[in-house]
Design a protein around this ligand. Structure first.
Ligand SMILES: *Cc1c(COP(=O)(O)O)cnc(C)c1O
Length: 829
């Protein structure tokens, strides 16, 4: 329904500034939900945490022209503080929230339809959604979106009523005394449902009673009210409140009550409920067995009976009630897991519902039943009692494995008699998963955490991403490669592992952590920032900085990052800075140029270098090294031997000048394999660690696999073209699949137009047309595949060297080009 801006101004008693004609369909309080700017009226609400006035300039630029503002806000408008506006309407009121409520109240006045108002401590949203499921086949129903039940949510819900509405269902929730009156005014329910009054928050009786009475004010002018007649506390409050409404109090004990529940029989996966209403006996089956669901269904039953839904229809629809989606979300997880995400509050009742749901889901699929549970906050019970109950509940629903997160639940670990693991916080759990220490496979997993625990990140981690490009990193394969190269070394030879450039694209932290656990002697990165990042995440191994920047000496001192030193200029600056900081014997690594002619001291610089080092005690040479130019190819073997000889002499000169041991090293991956006599004291392993043999481009144990999925498949006639600039010519009618990966992800544009292929279900699918920034197209005409199927860009089955050869480059470049927006996923067999 729409109103003119004049009508609205009049109804809320606003002073109107501006005379732009406007018709309003939408009310907005949260600028993020804007969709129809021209027909929207924005209420600039001021809350404790936020001032809606801040959003006016942004909304104005997005086309909103109608604003309800407070007098204070309007002063800011007048003073130009919020920018300059033309052609718009300001409705100035003393309190924008009150204006919003008033507008909703008057809107409500126009409708004579039944309106159900639901309040209570728990179950409001479920009762609302279930009533909708039960009653909507016959009626056009308007209801609160999600759980819009607050002082702001209720007016926005009521605003949705229109000429077509035949029944309305609204929730009302309060956080402070006195709030219900305002909500009553807006909702004006004709049917009231009180779900329950929770004692969960441990209030004393009087405040609980006060709370109950406050809630009952919602029902002031109701024709009928519905509640649990067996709850003495509620019954007493209702009696005291002297409401004039008819009552449908349901009871399992008292036959005199208007709705008598004669039998509640819990079966394995459903509950059979018999009832008597107006002298008629009937039965229905509810597909849930937890107490909260039973209570919710009885409240729904009473409302349906009152609205004269025939008993047969009630029975029919009760059996198909579904869990309310916003609470329990089922998602497909990785490794054959099924995830049940319960973002609802974490009390025992809701745990029971969720466990029941999990149990029923698990019966047909044979998955292992797992519960991931955080500390349950605000239950008002002491930890030992609470977790004993949780453990009992879990066992009764066949839970086979518990993963607890938080201090409290961890302290009660002993109470759980099943496979178990406990973590102090969500980060620790995530970490265990990403490192492969905790493996979840073929399990049905209930994820239930209190809000503070931020389980969203957990769900995200476990969820199978269908539209995602990932780089899968096999840590086990990397360790196998490490061990292979170690087996080529004398036992006393030390090793530097190169984790520069994000560990050749694989992601430096996880790789460094794994290498550290395998006791490599040094890690090496390119710049100081890469090193400090590793330190911050807990890497304690020695780290060499290959390209130390003059501006980053302080970072290096602070984080104990050992720089490579390749020139007198750098050495002098470093010594000066170290002396200023009062640092002594800071380890450095001397780089010699033996033929690469990139960086390094020349052999002839040795005497001067020795002299410079001797004249100070700020830094100390920990190692001396050089780098091969062509150790991978036999055509350069003579040159490589020259390099070794030059290094031998110059490095020896340095060593002989000092009493302490200076480690000497020159071999890279290829050098380790081809020049075993040149191991000296240490070697530097790079590409070999990541599985690519630098000698013949063969793959040892493949570490990185770049994967994506098919977004869309279409049939394209043979005479059409695919992609930008009409480059993708077809030779026949074709099936073309689009993939969510492009050159911005590191898929080189030169691979397009049939120059290369990827693998779809093991078969080669050539790239068609130009590769775009974020997407590319492939030809799958002869491949049996569907949308959502996995595609391998390179990796276990399509060696990366195939791509690097086509691109006339080296695998190093392909690996390090994969952009950071591609998520790295680690696993370890
Ligand atoms: C990158 C690098 C290495 C490792 O080389 P690979 O060919 O990957 O084994 C060794 N030493 C230095 C100085 C490097 O920069």
């Amino acid at each position: 329904m729409s109103y003119t801006i004049e009508t609205i101004a009049e109804r809320i008693g606003a002073r109107r500034v501006g005379d732009t004609p406007a018709t309003i369909d939408w009310l907005l309080t949260d600028s993020r939900s804007l969709s129809f700017p021209e027909e929207t009226l924005f209420f600039a609400l001021t809350t404790k945490r936020n001032d809606g006035a801040r959003y006016i300039p942004d909304l104005y630029s997005r086309g909103v022209r109608n604003f309800v503002v407070s007098k204070e806000t309007y002063k800011k408008v007048e003073s130009g503080e919020l920018g300059q506006f033309s052609t718009l309407n300001f409705l100035v009121v003393s309190n924008p929230l009150k204006a919003l409520q008033k507008l909703a109240e008057q809107h409500r006045e126009q409708f004579q339809i039944p309106v159900i108002g639901i309040t209570g401590s728990n179950g409001k949203t479920i009762v609302k959604e279930w009533l909708h499921q039960l009653l909507s086949p016959e009626r056009v129903i308007v209801r609160s979106p999600r759980s819009y039940n607050s002082q702001i949510g209720v007016p926005l819900s009521v605003w949705q009523m229109n000429e077509q509405s035949e029944l309305a269902i609204f929730e009302a929730g309060i956080s402070e005394m006195g709030e219900m009156r305002a909500l009553q005014n807006i909702i004006k329910p004709t049917i009231g449902i009180l779900t329950n009054i929770g004692g969960a928050h441990q209030e004393n009786f009087f405040s609980l009673q006060e709370k109950c009475m406050e809630k009952l004010t919602l029902f002031k002018n109701c024709d009928v009210i519905i509640y649990n007649g067996d709850d003495e506390f509620i019954s007493n409050c209702v009696a005291k409140s002297m409401l004039s409404a008819r009552e449908i109090a349901w009871s399992r004990k008292d036959m005199e009550r208007p709705l008598f529940i004669s039998k509640v029989e819990k079966k394995e996966d459903c509950t059979v409920i018999s009832y008597r209403y107006l002298d008629m006996d009937n039965t229905f089956m509810l597909p849930f067995i937890d107490d909260a669901s039973i209570e919710n269904s009885l409240n729904c039953l009473a409302a349906c009976l009152y609205l004269m839904l025939p008993a047969g229809k009630i029975t029919e629809r009760m059996t198909t009630l579904e869990p309310v989606a916003m609470r329990l979300e089922v998602k497909e997880g990785k490794n054959g897991c099924l995830l049940i995400n319960d973002s609802y509050n974490s009390d025992l009742a809701s745990l029971d519902i969720a466990l029941d749901f999990l149990y029923r889901r698990s019966q047909s699929n044979g998955l292992k039943r797992t519960l991931i549970l955080s500390d349950m906050l605000e239950t008002g019970q002491n930890a030992p009692t609470l977790y004993r109950k949780v453990s009992q509940l879990a066992s009764s629903r066949g839970i086979e494995r518990i993963i607890g997160v938080g201090g409290e639940i961890s302290s009660c670990a002993a109470r759980f008699d099943m496979e178990k693991a406990f973590y102090p916080n969500t980060e620790a759990l995530l970490h265990a998963i990403s490192r492969g220490e905790l493996r979840l496979e073929n399990e049905i997993i209930l994820i239930k955490g209190a809000r503070q625990f931020g389980f969203d990140a957990l769900t995200e981690e476990l969820e199978k991403k269908v539209h995602e490009t990932i780089l899968e990193v096999n840590l086990g394969a990397m360790i196998a490669n490490l061990n292979y190269y170690r087996s080529q070394l004398r036992p006393e030879t030390k090793m530097v592992c190169m984790v520069k450039a994000s560990a050749y694209g694989a992601g430096s932290y996880e790789i460094a952590k794994t290498l550290q656990e395998h006791h490599v002697d040094y890690l090496a990165v390119a710049v100081a920032d890469e090193g400090s990042e590793l330190r911050k995440t807990g890497i304690t191994a020695s780290i060499i900085i290959m390209n130390p920047e003059m501006t980053a000496f302080k970072t290096m001192f602070d984080y104990k990052l050992e720089p490579e030193v390749y020139s007198f200029h750098l050495l002098d600056a470093l010594i000066k800075e170290a002396e200023k900081e009062g640092i002594t014997n800071f380890p450095i690594h001397i780089k010699l140029d033996t033929g690469m002619h990139r960086l390094g001291f020349a052999a002839g610089d040795m005497p001067r270098l020795i002299e410079r080092l001797k004249g100070q005690d700020a830094v100390i040479a920990r190692s001396v090294f050089s780098h091969f130019v062509g150790s991978d190819a036999s055509q350069f073997d003579a040159f490589t031997r020259e390099q070794i000889d030059t290094f031998e002499v110059a490095s020896m000169q340095l060593q002989e000048a000092f009493p302490h041991k200076i480690l000497r090293h020159i071999c890279n991956s290829a050098g380790i394999e081809r020049f075993p006599g040149a191991q000296f004291d240490m070697v530097r392993l790079g590409i070999g660690l990541y599985g690519v043999s630098p000698i013949d481009n063969s793959i040892k144990n493949n570490v990185s696999t770049l994967k994506t999925t098919i977004l869309q498949i279409r049939e394209v006639p043979g005479e059409d073209t695919v992609g930008y600039s009409r480059k993708g010519h077809l030779t026949r009618d074709s099936r073309i699949a689009a993939l969510p990966i492009g050159y911005a992800d590191g898929l080189n544009r030169h691979l397009g137009n049939g120059h290369a292929y990827c693998l779809v279900n093991g078969q080669r699918a050539p790239y068609v047309g130009n590769i775009c920034m974020d997407v590319c197209m492939i030809d799958v005409t002869d491949i049996d595949c569907k949308e959502g199927d996995t595609v391998e860009i390179f990796g276990d089955h399509l060696p990366i060297t195939v791509l690097s050869d086509i691109l006339e480059t080296i695998p190093y470049e392909v690996l390090t080009s994969i952009s950071t927006r591609v998520k790295r996923v680690y696993y370890q067999d």
